[in-house]
Design a protein around this ligand. Structure first.
Ligand SMILES: Nc1ncnc2c1ncn2[C@@H]1O[C@H](COP(=O)(O)OP(=O)(O)OP(=O)(O)O)[C@@H](O)[C@H]1O
Ligand SMILES: [Mg+2]
Length: 407
């Protein structure tokens, strides 16, 4: 199939005539020169005899001849046909543009940019084509075609990539869902057996495992749902004023529960007066819980530190831990879907690898961002920055207070 731009190249040259300037072959060189002098835009004229072209005279070539020593004396009285180009390129008006340009460009270098004479069906003079003009026009057309092709193949590539990402995503999700489901089924069977043989303590332990696995399952499902909402731009944002320091202290409290079995201290540095911001408290809590659960997961000993810092227009919350840290080359990958870092140390940790992607997407949805700094072996700091007042514009700012029942 041809593109629209390629069809443009098909046009016949009759439509591209720029002038029908002509001069009778019997005129003297001097008279022709006067015509050129009188009209500064006149670049060339066909030399015509009884309506038919017999040559071409261009301004450049005429002036070149005349301004040589004794040029006027030598040629002035000659008929123009004697010094005109007697073999100009003559083409029929029905010829195709690209064919004509090829022919023009095959000529001797000094003639390449001379005008081309166009004749009608019976060979009568119709007009002149400007080669410069044609070449520029075709160049533009070709550039456009190439650009369109480039854009088309770029789109195809993007589409293919998106498709591949989607399949990969689905494969991961299915896998992630299957493991806890299998565990739950297995444990339920074991619970039944324990009850049948009258071992209630065993049954209780298994039920606890079932609950824990079901909770993991819920987290995965919630994450996947959140992510698809974020991707489809369907996640709505609530907007109300609340005390950010209070939220951070709450999350710190929850973090203490997460690390109660380890020697990890959890502390908060926040202004004592309320840090009032206008944003979505449920989402901010969710982002912070994500960061806190990572900090708790990847820190065996030491501390997890929350800090709230404000300026007039923004607030930032950082979550620092003294945990295993992240290699520099891995920092960029953290925020990709399912990006668990393949490290012997972290392999044993649970998770889908969606937490940070969701956290960053949500922070951005709130008009802020999420960044990371880390030193391997020393610890990591994740920092969310948020505007203190919600921005006015934005597609997702329908208020849905009280509608957000996740977790
Ligand atoms: N505080 C941290 N210290 C060290 N590594 C971290 C920390 N936070 C995240 N990472 C690394 O980044 C990876 C991605 O984190 P993310 O929160 O996206 O996924 P996850 O915690 O593995 O799973 P999920 O949050 O979906 O349950 C982690 O698996 C871990 O390798
Ligand atoms: Mg996580």
């Amino acid at each position: 199939m041809r593109t629209a731009a390629e069809k443009d190249v098909d046009v016949s040259v009759g439509a591209l005539i720029v002038s029908d300037a002509r001069v009778s072959s019997h005129l003297s060189v001097r008279e022709v020169a006067e015509q050129f002098f009188a009209d500064a835009d006149l670049e060339a004229m066909a030399v015509v005899d009884a309506g038919r072209p017999v040559g071409l005279i261009t301004r450049t070539k005429l002036l070149f001849k005349l301004f040589r020593r004794f040029g006027f004396e030598l040629f002035g009285k000659h008929q123009i046909r004697n010094i005109a180009d007697a073999t100009p390129l003559i083409v029929g008006e029905g010829e195709r543009l690209d064919v004509v340009i090829d022919r023009a460009l095959e000529r001797d270098p000094q003639d390449i940019y001379d005008e081309i004479i166009v004749t009608g069906d019976g060979g009568g003079y119709r007009g002149l084509l400007s080669v410069k003009h044609l070449v520029i026009q075709q160049g533009n057309t070709l550039a456009q075609t190439m650009l369109q092709r480039e854009i088309a193949s770029e789109r195809a590539r993007e589409l293919e990539q998106a498709q591949a990402m989607r399949s990969q995503f689905m494969a991961h999700v299915t896998h992630e869902l299957r493991s806890p489901v299998n565990v739950i089924i297995g444990l339920s069977e074991l619970t039944r057996i324990a009850l049948e043989k009258g071992a209630p303590d065993q049954a209780r332990d298994r039920l606890a495992s079932i609950i824990s696995n079901a909770t993991d399952l819920r987290t995965i499902v919630t994450n996947v749902l959140d992510l698809s909402k974020l991707e489809a731009n369907k996640m709505t944002v609530a907007r109300r004023s609340f005390d950010l320091a209070e939220t951070v202290r709450d999350v710190a409290e929850a973090t203490r529960v997460l690390v109660r079995a380890k020697t990890v201290s959890v502390n908060v540095a926040a202004p004592s007066e309320p840090v009032v911001i206008e944003s979505d408290p449920v989402k901010i809590r969710q982002i912070l819980l994500n960061l806190a659960s990572n900090a708790a997961k990847f820190t065996e000993a030491g501390s997890i530190h929350f800090a709230v810092i404000t300026t007039r227009s923004s607030a930032s919350i950082s979550v620092s831990d003294s945990g295993i840290g992240i290699r520099k080359e891995h920092l960029d990958k953290l925020f990709l879907a399912f990006s668990q870092i393949e490290d012997a140390k972290t392999k044993r940790h649970e998770g889908t690898g969606l937490g940070l992607l969701i956290a960053r997407s949500m922070a951005r949805l709130l008009g802020g961002d999420l960044d990371v700094a880390s030193t391997i072996g020393k610890g990591s700091t994740f920092t969310i920055t948020l505007p203190r007042a919600a921005e006015q514009e934005g597609a997702n700012e329908k208020s849905e207070e009280g509608h957000d029942h996740r977790r």
